[in-house]
Design a binder for this molecule. Sequence first.
Ligand code: ZN
Length: 46
Amino acid sequence: MVKCRECGNERVLKVSYYLGDFKHLYHWCPICKKNTYHEILARIAP
Ligand SMILES: [Zn+2]
């Protein structure tokens, strides 16, 4: 689960590359329609 910093949209994100100690992820937000920083709220098990 990630939360967009700009619009606050929360969504499930299933990606293989957010491993390690990332607290934020620069990723496409479909609401903002641009890449924004997202806070990682929880990790989704593969
Ligand atoms: Zn957004």
